[in-house]
Design a protein around this ligand. Structure first.
Ligand code: ZN
Length: 244
């Protein structure tokens, strides 16, 4: 599996940047995980929108889903220009019907409900879900293919169930929207110390901190998390590429 960070800012995209979006590729299959504001512009540095095989969304907050509409336009217009492409499946939960309804657009994209209680197969990936602690329904994903595992927390404050869910993952893509001296619980987010402790307890190989705050010195997030976690740790960055 190859993971490429397309956007990683929490809440909104920083100037000339993108909020949550991650491209996961395996055996030629291209899955976009979350499609927040700024993602469509940044994605085109890596692949073209018409090359995507599927999209999956953790939840319906604009920093995770705002660019679905422009992704639909991109594929529509490329279709007019002669690039034939199949209907793009966009997987989402159905606990917000108006938002789920927006995932289907003409024959360009089709919203497909995932049942968080049942593992989902998308191309070469097996995806299982864990409901997170967040102000709206949101699902973390454990994505497995050919013996490798990526866990994406999506947005959440820390919850104990994360540890078993993430056990021995090759990569834990963990949200870290707060510094160690801040409490993100009421906002439904984790801080750097919680991310580090979580990674250590779950015995993951590599921790990537993402969904980053717009203030402070981001390197401090790394320092704080690495005080808790003995494995490899990185800050998400534009086009950061990780092979699993
Ligand atoms: Zn959110």
């Amino acid at each position: 599996m190859n993971l490429t960070v397309i956007g990683y800012w929490g809440g909104y995209p920083k100037k000339n940047a993108a909020s949550s979006g991650y491209l996961l590729e395996h055996k030629e299959f291209k899955l976009l995980i979350d499609c927040g504001s700024g993602v469509l512009a940044k994605l085109q540095n890596v692949i073209q929108p018409e090359e995507l095989d599927a999209v999956i969304l953790s939840h319906y907050h604009p920093d995770h889903n705002a660019d679905i509409g422009v992704l639909q336009h991109a594929r529509l217009i490329q279709g007019f220009l002669g690039k034939e492409q199949p209907t793009l499946p966009v997987y989402g939960h159905t606990f917000d019907q108006p938002e789920f309804g927006k995932l289907t657009y003409k024959t360009i994209t089709k919203g497909i409900a995932y049942n968080p209680d049942v593992p989902l197969t998308v191309g070469p990936f097996k995806i299982s879900f864990l409901k997170t602690n967040h102000p709206v329904p949101c699902y973390a994903m454990r994505i497995e293919a050919d013996g490798k595992t990526l866990v994406y927390t999506a947005d959440s404050s820390f919850k104990e169930e994360f540890i078993e869910f993430s056990r021995q993952a090759d990569v834990l893509l963990c949200e870290c929207n707060f510094y160690g001296n801040q409490n993100g619980k009421s906002a439904g987010h984790m801080n750097s110390i919680e991310a580090g402790q979580f990674a250590q307890k779950a015995e993951v190989k590599q921790l990537i901190l993402t969904h980053l705050p717009h203030y402070g010195n981001l390197e401090e997030l790394m320092t704080e998390a690495s005080g808790q976690f003995s494995g490899i740790i990185k800050l998400a960055d534009e086009f950061l590429a990780i092979s699993l």
